[in-house]
Design a protein around this ligand. Structure first.
Ligand code: ADP
Ligand code: MG
Length: 207
C-alpha cells in the first residue's frame, strides 16, 4: 500500500460511510443515541479533506493526521477510539511511503492494541473491537502466509463483515448500549458496522 492508496482508502471510507449514514443512524438509534452515522461520516470527510493537502507524505504522517482529525471531529465514544486506532498505527508507518502486508498488519495490530487499551473492551463485549481484533489477526495470518496486501485485505474485510454480523445476538458490556442490558441483544453494534465498512473500503482500493 502506498500513500496515494492510503488517501484513496480514507476517501472511499468517507463515501461508503456517507452512503451508510442512515443505516448506521438506525443501528445507533436502536441501542444508543443515534449519532454514530453523522459522527463517523463527518470525521472521515474531514480526514479526507486534511489528507488531500498532505499528498506525497509518508504513511505515518497520514495516519497521524487521520487519528488527530477523527479524535477532534467525530465526538462520542467512537471518536477517541477511532482516533487512537490511527494514532497508534502511525509509528509503524513512520518514514514509509509504500508498505508490504507484514508492515500493514503490524501497524493495524498496534492500532487495535491501542484501541483495546483505551476502550477497555474485549472481543464479545459488542463493540468495534469485535471487528478489529479478528480483522487484525486475519491480516497477520495473511502476512505470515505471504499474501499480497490486496488478498490480505480482502480476507480481513470478509472476516470483518462476518464479525460485525456476529455482534447481533450479543449483550453489550461496554459503551452506551450496555445501559440497555439484555435489550441490546438482537441489534448489530453500530461501531462494529462502521468498522466493517472501513475495512471493506481498504480491500476495494487495493483490489
Ligand atoms: P456514543 O456511544 O458516545 O454515542 P458513537 O455512537 O459514535 O458514540 O459510537 C458508539 C460505538 O462506539 C459503539 O457502537 C461501539 O462500537 C463503540 N464503543 C463504545 N464504547 C466502547 C469501548 N469501551 N470500547 C470499544 N468500542 C466502544
Ligand atoms: Mg451514539
Amino acid at each position: 500500500m502506498n500513500s496515494s492508496q492510503y488517501l484513496a482508502w480514507i476517501e472511499r471510507s468517507a463515501a461508503a460511510l456517507a452512503a451508510a449514514q442512515d443505516a448506521l443512524t438506525a443501528l445507533d438509534t436502536a441501542i444508543g443515541d443515534g449519532d454514530h452515522g453523522a459522527n463517523i461520516r463527518r470525521g472521515f470527510d474531514k480526514a479526507a479533506e486534511k489528507l488531500r493537502a498532505q499528498a506525497g507524505q509518508d504513511l505515518g504522517s497520514l495516519a497521524k493526521t487521520t487519528g488527530m482529525t477523527l479524535l477532534s471531529s467525530v465526538g462520542g465514544a467512537s471518536g477517541p477510539l477511532y482516533g487512537t486506532l490511527f494514532l497508534k498505527a502511525a509509528p509503524a508507518l513512520a518514514g514509509k511511503t509504500d508498505i508490504d502486508t507484514a508492515t500493514l498488519a503490524h501497524a493495524i495490530a498496534d492500532g487495535v492494541a491501542g484501541l483495546a487499551a483505551r476502550g477497555q473492551a474485549a472481543v464479545g463485549d459488542k463493540t468495534m473491537i469485535d471487528v478489529w481484533q479478528p480483522a487484525a489477526a486475519a491480516l497477520q495470518q495473511a502476512a505470515a502466509d505471504g499474501a499480497a496486501p490486496a488478498a490480505a485485505c480482502a480476507k480481513a474485510a470478509a472476516v470483518a463483515q462476518a464479525a460485525a454480523e456476529s455482534t447481533i445476538p450479543l449483550v453489550a458490556r461496554k459503551g452506551r448500549a450496555s445501559y440497555l442490558g439484555e435489550r441490546s441483544a438482537g441489534h448489530k453494534d453500530p461501531g462494529a458496522a462502521s468498522s466493517a465498512i472501513i475495512l471493506q473500503a481498504l480491500a476495494e482500493v487495493l483490489a
